[in-house]
Ligand binder design. Structure first.
Ligand SMILES: [Zn+2]
Length: 111
């Protein structure tokens, strides 16, 4: 249930309302905008100032996993060593909106 709520970006309180105002997780240009309160149950997402500081650690973990997977891809593909930096940086640049959203959702659901 909690995993589904995180994937669907639902409120941790009522499991109905959307946390973000848009469903597109992959816009690389636009910063994801989070609703202040749940539109369904009025639950306040940011419990206190600095609440989402801990989400940075979740985001860091996601970056490590993504970079490790990219490194495995690098090992499988026949490319030279000079491209390794691109394999490690590209996931961080491409997945930042996904990581931003999911890390906040994981943090909200855990704390
Ligand atoms: Zn709610």
């Amino acid at each position: 249930m909690m995993l589904l709520d995180i994937l669907k970006e639902k409120c941790p309180n009522c499991h109905q309302g959307q946390v973000f105002d848009e469903r597109n997780s992959w816009s690389l240009i636009k910063m994801p905008k989070m609703n202040r309160n749940c539109l369904h149950c009025d639950h306040r997402f940011e419990k206190e100032p600095g609440f989402f500081f801990g989400a940075m650690f979740v985001s860091y973990g996601l970056c490590i996993i993504e970079s490790a997977l990219a490194f495995l891809l690098y090992l499988i593909l026949p490319v030279s060593e000079e491209y390794l930096i691109y394999f490690l940086l590209l996931p961080i640049l491409l997945f930042w909106p996904f990581n931003f959203r999911k890390s906040r959702l994981v943090w909200m659901h855990l704390v």
